[in-house]
Design a protein around this ligand. Structure first.
Ligand code: AHG
Ligand code: MN
Ligand code: MN
Ligand code: MN
Length: 324
């Protein structure tokens, strides 16, 4: 089976970026090990602290963040980093060529029930002018990502990543510690009969999303003319992984409870990297009004509505927004 290095070289990835990716993955392997130890390593449960978004941090949020932060800041490849679990940007090496935004542990509420969790990352070039920890350096649209991906800590540990030359899936071979290509050039099926959305929030959505989901629920007798199935992992990494493997539509839409925050998911380290993977696999990613990758960020922790997955189904959903 093909090794990670070979795939990255075939995709024309520059050496320094390969080295950075390998460094980041060393951190993810460490997280994978800690996660698999579970209660034996005392890593489950919550801390007493909250992150900048007002979420109570899990022990694994804090541990994963620390592992990635330490390895990246010592690597020399990175000029600055930004994380869900850090209020501010952290300056790393002044000569580093890259910026990394990451969600150290996605779906952390699943950690206590031995269910799917993962790490999401997005890599961009560091601007020449950047000195120190100026967050403006990170405010680049998702189209500027040079690599994005996630590591899924499931029954097997998988890496799904794109460096702009297709989306590939890798499986961690724990016998020798390397990631091997197990699915090259993933293509998301254009049509689907599967959706993933937290239905308990339906009454808080805007009209178009409510109408769209009502039509899905109407099944073969409704305007969509087919029966849909619903799945919700409660971890974006798990839901997006399913979409990439077999198609589907995932949404965490605009929510009226807090219009300023526009839903739950964060642009820089959740929506953008997943949108990049999705588009590289022939899928689509939108807020309902704009392509996610075109958004000019205003804040490193900003939230955006997310609708992504099979292109045909995302387009069908967007028709409801056009009509409104
Ligand atoms: P995180 O654990 O990094 O804070 O992210 C959790 C997010 C995302 O992974 C998932 O899609 C969503 O929260 C689940 O939300 P619900 O609580 O509405 O199921
Ligand atoms: Mn969180
Ligand atoms: Mn997350
Ligand atoms: Mn997280």
């Amino acid at each position: 089976m093909k090794r990670l290095n070979t795939q990255l070289q075939e995709d024309g990835c520059p050496l320094e970026l390969i080295l950075l990716i390998r460094t980041l993955l060393a951190a993810c392997k460490e997280i994978s090990f800690r996660v698999s130890q579970g209660a034996l390593a005392g890593v489950l449960g919550s801390t007493l602290s909250e992150n900048v978004q007002g979420e109570r941090q899990k022990k694994l949020d804090v541990i994963s963040n620390q592992i990635i932060k330490d390895i990246l800041s010592e690597s020399g490849y990175v000029k600055a980093i930004s994380s869900e679990e850090e209020d501010d940007v952290i300056a790393c090496h002044p000569e580093g060529k890259y910026l990394v935004s990451f969600d150290p542990l996605d779906g952390s509420s699943n950690s206590d029930i031995n269910s799917l969790i993962g790490t999401i990352f997005s890599i961009m070039h560091a601007p020449q002018w950047l000195e120190g920890d100026d967050p403006k350096a990170f405010l680049q649209p998702g189209t500027q990502q040079v690599a994005a991906g996630y590591v899924l800590y499931g029954p097997s540990t998988m890496l799904v990543m794109s460096t702009g030359n297709g989306t590939h899936m890798y499986t961690l071979d724990k016998t020798h510690g390397g990631f091997l290509v197990t699915r090259e050039n993933v293509k998301v099926p254009e049509q689907t009969q599967e959706f993933a959305i937290n239905m308990s929030n339906q009454r808080h959505w805007q009209g178009p999303m409510q109408a769209y989901v009502n039509d899905l629920l109407a099944g073969s007798d409704g305007p969509r003319g087919k029966n849909y199935n619903m799945r919700w992992v409660a971890a974006m990494v798990g839901d997006i992984h399913r979409m990439l493997c077999r198609g589907g539509i995932f949404a965490y839409p605009f929510d009226y409870r807090d219009p300023g925050k526009a839903g739950k998911l964060r642009l820089m380290y959740e929506a953008n990297p997943m949108a990049f993977l999705m588009e590289q696999a022939g899928g689509k990613a939108s807020t309902g009004e704009h392509d996610i990758l075109d958004i000019m960020p205003e804040d490193i922790h900003q939230r955006v509505p997310v609708i992504m997955g099979s292109a045909g189904e995302v387009n069908a959903c967007l028709e409801y927004y056009k009509e409104s």
